[in-house]
Design a protein around this ligand. Sequence first.
Ligand code: ZN
Ligand code: ZN
Length: 310
Amino acid sequence: MFDEKDHDRNDALGQRLQRIGGQMNPSPELKKAAKTGVPLRATGRNYTVGTHVRKFTKAVLVYAAGILLFLGAILLIPRWFGGNQPTPGGSVDPIVTTEPTHEECEHDYVNEMPLGGHPCTDDLSYTSRCKNCGHRVQHNVPAPGHNFVDGICTRCGEAEPADCEPVPDDFAFSITFNVYGISSYDSETGRLVKTNDPANSDLEKYATTLILSDEQMEEIYRLLSDLDFASYPTDYSPTDASSKPPAYWELTVQMAGDSHQVCCSFLPAGPFEGRDEKAQAFIDTFERICEIITSTEEWKSLPDPEVLYA
Ligand SMILES: [Zn+2]
Ligand SMILES: [Zn+2]
């Protein structure tokens, strides 16, 4: 394989290396190269590994910095932009909880608790929470109470409880009604007369004793109190209408040491309307009292008058 030229060339290289070796302290590799004649050259391997290590270290540092920035952003951005922060403990705190950005926040509160309970008689307790900063406020609203207008609460629709003012011990009334005033009742004596003008003159056949119950007496007392019975004149004409034969009404009421009487002559015998609101109220009350009396078994047990008025 080696010809003369190659041999000479190697010889010349060896001599040259030996000269170099003489001038300095050669490394073993250099000595070996000088002996073998194989040229010494850089492999490039060490260079490559060193570069990778430096690149890898640099990349790790860049990634670490990136992760730190990312974590920082996650923690800080919601605070900068007023994002929701969980309230410590997550419970309803009666004292206002202050968030870091609370002062700068233009609060936008929403109620958290459903508003239950009775709107008039229950105290309301609920919280509201700011949608922007999480600021919570506890509200305690005392029960407003009912607002009765004409006996009905405008808020909850409940009826006003009955007036509990007791009926005066001396409350009593006597009433005369029907055509010509033939029928009458006196609560003090309990005497009930269906007609005082019977054709056969047997008056007691058409009279009996009626004791109204406490409830019936109380209803009549409330009606007369609401009516302000004492404000009506003794000779009273609640309507312009009339009929023949006429009806006659008379009502005498005694209460709290006072007595007042109202008489109405020449009334229509059938149903009629009052000349005004006050007259109608009187008519309604009077007719209700008559209805209470004539719906009793005592009244129904009495025979109808035999004389018919034409
Ligand atoms: Zn807020
Ligand atoms: Zn109410």
